[in-house]
Design a protein around this ligand. Structure first.
Ligand SMILES: Cc1cc2nc3c(=O)[nH]c(=O)nc-3n(C[C@H](O)[C@H](O)[C@H](O)COP(=O)(O)OP(=O)(O)OC[C@H]3O[C@@H](n4cnc5c(N)ncnc54)[C@H](O)[C@@H]3O)c2cc1C
Length: 496
């Protein structure tokens, strides 16, 4: 399985080498600030870690990456100290490597299928992708791709999250005139207003947006498509030949239990957006406020919940996570859960809120939970929580719901012909990502109902390929856009 012609240690020796752990700020120190938690590999550590790759002849890691990065190739270049070459290799497939190196669920993707991981810890592919991208940025290496001659075709992209940014990049590289329309005053989508600074520093996304603009992509901020301009306007009066919808899934889900409307109860989106986009923690210097309580309850145990818990901790609250299943079923990325556990956060597993209790002024003062136990696995393969009949009440002064999001209805509600299922997820042809409206494609959270940065990017890459064919007049497919309101959203996102 390994490429034995390679000089240096044998595959067996490489497989026996211990993984270079990512250096971190201590938990005691990091909860006092919003700086990034990992401090990054040195060049020597990165080269050593890359040398643990055994260069398999059939590398599963490439297939494990939704955008198909040639992982063995970049690791070989990095092992030899050719960081610029490694950066070029990664960039052939991934336009956002610094973000992906930090937030991708590598433990469930490329690293999960790494052969070294069968005998030892898998190669630290995510940490190395991050190292290469940071080195490239810090050393100001040339990131400008080759751009094909102008095609004269105009394409609108709605939303500047990872799906929108990736589609814009892929379409501009093919020579099209691309405009991104973004509702907020900043670009980056959830990578900017959801994922906290201690996981993904802002300057990384700003650099990627700057590159898009240098490539000639126009970004129009403060423009809600579906309000100021409609999708039909873009196609009928604004002269766009095609539109890619990448407006994400930003409509929070709540539990539907009494007391959810009390003051001090937030959705995760609102809480994080107020802090990271509006700087509410610096009120009144910034105009948007947030209630900074002393006892924060977070409902849910996914990535978003971990971000809220850790943000609340940094704002000085005593923080508790309430989740109806147990630790092993928590959907958060394992590293995020581990970091939250290190940061003195309390976890109440098998606890399902049934009521929020308010004081005489309408502010939340307590949370009542039912104690759960686990029964047989459900459709997701995780064991189903069932009530035990016991309950408990905790005093709290802030509650944040982190139960996932639905797709915002603004675009389908304001447009003819774009169909959704009964949960509001946009329906697309599963091969081309074409919607039910001619010339309109969609990808990312708006078609999955909520997923990951890399899957949104994988879908956008695929959609861009077909948008190119569409505007160039080579689009000949029998489309299969589901019409059944019960049909699920697209569940995958590997670039094809
Ligand atoms: C707190 C949090 C933590 C997360 N952590 C991780 C993680 O660790 N790893 C990971 O891989 N994924 C994570 N995710 C999920 C990931 O961020 C999303 O899957 C990803 O951002 C989806 O990309 P997108 O481009 O489809 O949508 P988004 O990132 O949501 O971007 C959509 C953009 O469209 C804009 N928009 C919406 N409607 C309109 C309109 N009508 N007109 C114009 N613009 C519009 C929005 O303002 C936004 O900028 C996290 C999500 C959250 C909320």
């Amino acid at each position: 399985m390994a490429n034995n012609k390679r000089p240096g240690p044998s595959a067996k020796e490489r497989m026996a080498k211990p993984r270079n752990e990512m250096p971190l700020h201590s938990a005691e120190e990091r909860i006092r600030h919003f700086n990034e938690v990992p401090t990054g590999y040195s060049l020597e550590q990165a080269m050593d870690e890359a040398s643990r790759c055994i260069q398999c002849k059939k590398p599963d890691c490439i297939g494990g990456c939704p955008v198909g990065i040639n992982i063995p190739e970049f690791l070989l270049q990095l092992e030899g100290g050719d960081v610029a070459g490694a950066a070029k290799t990664i960039r052939q497939n991934n336009f956002l490597p610094a973000a992906c190196g930090r937030v991708c669920p590598q433990d469930k993707q490329c690293e999960a299928v790494c052969i070294v991981g069968k005998k030892n810890d898998s190669v630290g592919i995510g940490n190395l992708e991050r190292f290469v991208a940071d080195y490239e940025r810090e050393h100001d290496l040339d990131r400008m791709p080759e751009i094909a001659p102008d095609t004269g075709k105009k394409i609108a992209v709605i939303g500047s999250g990872p799906a929108g940014m990736t589609a814009a990049y892929e379409l501009r590289v093919r020579g099209h005139d691309v405009t991104i329309f973004e509702a907020f005053h900043r670009g980056g989508g959830v990578m900017v207003y959801g994922i906290p600074r201690f996981r993904l520093p802002l300057e990384i996304i700003d650099e990627d947006l700057k590159l898009l603009e240098e490539m000639g992509v126009e970004i129009v901020y403060d423009m809600i498509i579906g309000r100021t301009l409609s999708l039909d306007d873009l196609l009928e009066t604004e002269g766009f030949d095609s539109v890619f919808i990448a407006s994400g899934a930003g409509l929070p889900k709540m539990l539907g239990v009494p007391g959810e409307n009390l003051n001090g109860v937030y959705s995760a989106n609102e809480y994080l957006t107020r802090i990271y986009l509006m700087h509410a923690n610096y009120f009144p210097e910034h105009p948007t406020p947030i209630y900074q309580g002393k006892k924060l309850a977070v409902i849910g145990a996914g990535n978003t919940a971990m971000d809220v818990l850790r943000t609340g901790k940094r704002l000085g609250a005593e923080v508790t996570c309430y989740y109806r299943r147990s630790h092993d079923e928590a959907p958060a990325r394992s590293e995020e859960l581990e970091h939250a556990e290190q940061e003195f956060i309390d976890f109440k597993w098998l606890s399902s809120p049934i009521e929020f209790i308010g004081d005489e002024n309408g502010f939340v003062k307590a949370i009542k939970c039912e104690v759960m136990e686990l029964s047989e696995p459900d459709d997701s393969g995780r064991r189903r929580p069932v009530p035990t009949g016991e309950s408990f009440t905790d005093e709290v002064d802030t509650v944040v719901f982190s139960l996932g999001c639905d797709v915002n209805p603004t675009i389908p509600d304001s447009t003819r012909d774009v169909t959704t299922n009964k949960w509001g997820i946009m329906m697309v042809d599963p091969v081309t990502y074409h919607t039910s409206k001619p010339g309109v494609f969609a990808g990312g959270d708006t078609v999955t109902g909520g997923s990951t940065v890399i899957l949104a990017m994988g879908q956008a890459k695929t959609a861009a390929k077909y948008i190119h064919e569409y505007v160039m007049g080579n689009f000949e497919y029998e489309l299969n856009v589901p019409t059944d309101p019960e049909a699920p959203g697209v569940q995958w996102g590997f670039a094809k």
